[in-house]
Design a protein around this ligand. Structure first.
Ligand SMILES: [Zn+2]
Length: 185
């Protein structure tokens, strides 16, 4: 179940109008606990990024907490800057997986189940053809990556889910690309 929460979009930025449909899902891992609260209550918590949030920078669409709860913060019909890719983020949707150890230990099973549900939902709404780490997205656009979502994220699990859903794809480290419906034989 995806819980829609409008606090972030009302308080900081509601996102920019897209001129293209989103086709890339970027996976992030948070550097600390409760990323939703860190953004939504940023002014109260002393978050240094609140001026960026007002400009639609460093925000993202979905947070998946360690309990497996999914919160929609920004409408996926809109875009925000979240993956160090500049205007290329107009093609992306960002999902932040809560992590308390900077992505170094394993993410929770409940988080993968929530992510699968989110992937299925987004693929039913948009022409998503790629699921990629922030690390690889940043490398593509900036020539250098960052540890996000980190080694604790199991890409094989996500690839297996996409395969079970009947899609064909190409798969290299942290990138599931060219996702398409497999021909029925
Ligand atoms: Zn990230």
């Amino acid at each position: 179940m995806i819980k829609v929460d409008t606090v972030v979009r009302k308080k900081w930025h509601s996102g920019f109008k897209r001129s293209v449909s989103p086709c890339i899902l970027v996976v992030h891992g948070s550097a600390g606990p409760n990323p939703y609260k860190w953004v939504a209550e940023g002014d109260r918590l002393g978050n240094p990024r609140t001026d960026m949030y007002k400009k639609g920078i460093a925000l993202w669409h979905y947070t998946i907490n360690t309990t497996g709860e999914t919160i929609e913060m920004i409408d996926p019909d809109k875009w925000v800057y979240h993956s160090s890719a500049g205007r290329a983020d107009e093609q992306t949707i960002g999902v932040e997986m809560e992590h308390r150890d900077n992505g170094t230990t394993l993410f929770k099973d409940a988080q993968y189940l929530a992510l699968y549900e989110l992937i299925d939902f987004l693929m039913s709404q948009y022409p998503i053809y790629e699921i990629i780490s922030h690390n690889k997205m940043k490398t593509r656009h900036r020539g250098k990556g960052k540890q996000c979502p980190g080694p604790g994220f199991d890409w094989d699990k996500v690839a297996e889910h996409v395969s079970e859903k009947g899609y064909s794809f190409q798969y290299t480290a942290e990138v599931i690309s060219s996702i398409g419906k497999r021909a029925v034989v």
